[in-house]
Design a protein around this ligand. Structure first.
Ligand SMILES: *[C@@H]1O[C@H](CO)[C@@H](O)[C@H](O)[C@H]1NC(C)=O
Ligand SMILES: *[C@@H]1O[C@H](CO)[C@@H](O)[C@H](O)[C@H]1NC(C)=O
Ligand SMILES: *[C@@H]1O[C@H](CO)[C@@H](O)[C@H](O)[C@H]1NC(C)=O
Ligand SMILES: *[C@@H]1O[C@H](CO)[C@@H](O)[C@H](O)[C@H]1NC(C)=O
Length: 379
């Protein structure tokens, strides 16, 4: 009797500790994702209660004429022939800003080097930079001159006459969709990316070639935010008012740091954007609304980092697709990640074992840095 009683107590204590552990893990997770717990619970439960979010796009639908006002901007720099007479596998739009010359330069000489990609991977990729006008009129003239010079040399800037600000990012998305529709609809895939993201081009190309071979349609891949709530804290960069977006959750979407869609998805998202109110300035959420209107949902890839940054490790380079928050270390990371030694490290049973252990240690421990999920360790 005494023994049983003790065992019972022991069990309970263990259970209690387990529960505490799980709760604190959940709290840490929520804390680190920088959001309001109640909002998350609300939006997450909503996501599982609602079978369809059609009411969102229905509510945001406006006439073509009204929608046109959002995308009605003149091209200041354009390259209409970028994709003609070529079998373009990937059109990659980098969202840049006039003053970010150094970032563009770093991308051109590392992962965005079209000639290198063509030579080493045997595919045609087009990398272009989407820009608006510098918001400060006093700096604009000088910067425009510099942009024209830069473009003369590299022929890869696409600029329209809207102000290049954070709250005009959806306008920049409309630029990307409109330009793709007009001048590059033959590209098999469209990618949209920030200019501080690292793309492991060889890994990405091999992956997309496989996807293409299997003839996939409705393809939209990235890190996926499921049932995320709008941020209502006024001091947040991502603050969205009730008036602009009255519902308590967003449709599933992929963070704008980097995602890829197939050309049929690009065409349908463009089509949807022609009749939606684009005043919601969170561009990736707006993309999610367009896609949702067309019945397209994103799929998660463990090695698309979203807002996170990849750990520096040979076993990670092998599989990484994107990593966010790089500028200074582009060259270093490019050199390390494309080193032929990288492929060798995970070869054979021993290599696989070594890499799995290394990845578990990097990804499956509690951490405060946002990076690839633990399950990426087992892929
Ligand atoms: C969480 O949300 C509630 C209501 O939505 C709000 O009253 C509260 O201040 C928020 N808390 C934080 C820490 O943002
Ligand atoms: C959209 O939602 C808002 C707020 O709920 C409502 O006031 C408006 O009438 C709706 N519009 C349409 C077209 O359904
Ligand atoms: C977006 O660009 C338009 C066109 O240049 C401009 O009128 C508007 O003020 C910009 N919006 C923001 C929030 O910068
Ligand atoms: C689009 O939505 C905003 C609110 O977010 C509203 O003020 C505006 O009138 C809407 N535009 C049209 C054309 O309905």
């Amino acid at each position: 009797m005494v023994v049983n009683f003790r065992r019972f107590r022991k069990c309970q204590v263990r259970q209690l500790m387990m529960t505490c552990f799980v709760i604190s893990a959940v709290m840490v997770y929520w804390e680190s994702s920088d959001s309001n717990l109640t909002n998350h619970v609300k939006s997450y439960s909503l996501r599982h209660l609602l079978s369809s979010l059609d009411f969102i796009s229905a509510n945001l639908t406006i006439s073509r004429g009204e929608a046109r006002r959002f995308s009605d901007h003149q091209y200041l720099i354009n390259h209409e022939q970028k994709c003609t007479n070529r079998d373009v596998l990937l059109l990659l739009f980098v969202k840049s800003s006039p003053e970010n010359f150094e970032r563009r330069q770093a991308i051109r000489s590392t992962w965005g080097n079209e000639a290198y990609i063509e030579r080493t991977l045997g595919v045609s990729v087009r990398v272009v930079f989407a820009l608006g006008l510098h918001p400060s009129p006093s700096q604009r003239k000088k910067l425009q001159e510099m942009l024209h010079q830069e473009d003369e040399k590299y022929n890869d800037l696409i600029q329209q006459d809207f102000l290049d600000t954070f709250h005009n990012l959806t306008i920049k998305l409309l630029l990307q969709l409109g330009w793709t529709h007009a001048y590059c609809s033959n590209a098999q895939f469209l990618m949209s990316a920030d200019d501080d993201i690292f793309v492991h081009m060889p890994n990405l190309i091999h992956y997309l070639q496989e996807v293409r071979r299997s003839g996939v349609k409705d393809f939209w891949v990235g890190k996926v935010h499921r049932g995320a709530p709008p941020i209502r804290r006024k001091d947040s960069k991502y603050y969205v008012s009730e008036e602009m977006y009255p519902w308590s959750m967003y449709p599933d979407y992929t963070p704008g740091a980097g995602y890829v869609v197939s050309k049929d998805v690009a065409a349908r998202v463009y089509e949807a954007s022609l009749t939606l109110n684009a005043s919601l300035y969170i561009d990736d959420v707006f993309m999610g609304i367009c896609a949702n209107a067309m019945g397209i949902s994103p799929q998660e890839h463990a090695f698309f980092s979203g807002e996170g940054r990849a750990p520096y490790h040979l076993c990670i380079y092998n599989q990484m697709m994107t990593s966010h928050g790089h500028v200074k270390d582009f060259h270093e990371l490019w050199r390390l990640a494309t080193d032929p030694e990288v492929q060798k490290v995970s070869l054979g049973l021993l290599g696989k074992l070594y890499c799995t252990v290394a990845k578990i240690r990097l990804l499956c421990v509690p951490q405060f840095q946002n990076t690839y999920p633990c399950r990426a360790a087992f892929l």
